[in-house]
Design a protein around this ligand. Structure first.
Ligand SMILES: Cc1ncc(C[n+]2csc(CCOP(=O)(O)OP(=O)(O)O)c2C)c(N)n1
Ligand SMILES: [Mg+2]
Length: 282
């Protein structure tokens, strides 16, 4: 398995903190937001955009680019924070979150910002959209890949399972999906509300090649993604075990982190927590 060298690992760790700081910056501007799911998938976005995806912020509609779809669109603060860090748009835009006519909606809008490949937010659509993209790329003879992040709670939308079956039927081995398994949906634990466990065996049964990783570990994300497709002729599923609100210890692994209406005091604690992580990277 390929490994990040220590310099690359440090670079990515620093970027992940910057993206988490961007998430806080938006919540500070807007006063509230879906923070838990944004922070659980931040490390995946970091590895994808800063080490894996073939994208060009100067030419966001380049036909040969890889595609990324954030199916669980409510995690969009992480996507906005990543795209700004990558240079798709000026980071000053982040301060408009929550303002009238902002380009940063509560769910991503591809018509408002470069780098967003699809509107998402109504859960359960991103895998079908990604499968269509993957099929289209194959038909066009392009070797680009499509990456998509699903939420574990999102899997309760039945449309995911139709899309899963279609992707394996059409042998879309240029499709790589992640389930951000932070073990919570909006109101509590997924196992209590609507469990699709065991996820690995279910996806295998749907014809996918599956691996389970630590989704907050940059080495594991990088090492496994670079081995996709895991099997020729099959779509790849990465079940990423993550922690909801990762990076803010006082909020981690709690249902209440799903949507955060922040007080000044909490914001200060959160900023200090990220600062401590940044200073601890060496
Ligand atoms: C079709 C649809 N139904 C309901 C919602 C409301 N909703 C927003 S987030 C969420 C829970 C999602 O849980 P999960 O996918 O696990 O996301 P995460 O834990 O990362 O926040 C729900 C039900 C929605 N966005 N779309
Ligand atoms: Mg979840």
């Amino acid at each position: 398995m390929q490994k990040l060298n220590s310099e690359e690992e440090l670079r990515l760790k620093r970027i992940a903190v910057k993206i988490r700081k961007n998430v806080l910056r938006m919540i500070k501007a807007g006063g509230a937001g879906h923070i838990g799911g944004a922070l659980s998938c931040t490390d995946i976005l970091t590895a994808l955009y800063f080490k894996i995806l073939r994208v060009d912020p100067q030419n966001p509609t380049w036909p040969e680019r890889d595609r990324f779809v954030l199916s669980a669109g409510h995690k969009c603060l992480a996507l906005y924070g990543t795209l700004a860090e990558k240079g798709f748009f000026d980071s000053a835009v982040l301060d408009t979150y929550g303002a009238l006519c902002t380009k940063l909606g509560g769910h991503p809008d591809m018509h408002k910002l470069p780098g967003i490949e699809s509107n998402t937010g109504a859960l359960g659509h991103g895998l079908s959209i990604s499968g269509g993209m993957a099929m289209g790329l194959k038909m066009d003879g392009l070797d680009s890949k499509v990456y998509v992040i699903l939420g574990d709670g999102e899997l309760a939308e039945g449309s995911n399972w139709e899309a899963a079956a279609a992707a394996s039927h059409h042998k879309l081995d240029n499709l790589v999906a992640f389930v951000d398994r932070n073990k919570f949906q909006h109101g509590g634990r997924t196992v209590d509300f609507m469990s699709y466990e065991p996820l690995d065996r279910r996806w295998e049964a749907f014809g996918w090649a599956v691996r389970v990783i630590d989704g907050n570990n940059l080495q594991q994300i990088y090492g496994n993604v670079t081995e996709t497709p895991f099997e020729k002729g099959k779509p790849s599923m990465i079940i990423a075990d993550t922690i909801k609100a990762k990076g803010l210890p006082f909020m981690e692994d709690k249902a209440s982190s799903h949507y955060w209406k922040v007080t000044d005091e909490e914001m200060q604690i959160a900023e200090q927590a990220l600062q401590a992580i940044e200073e601890g990277i060496n």
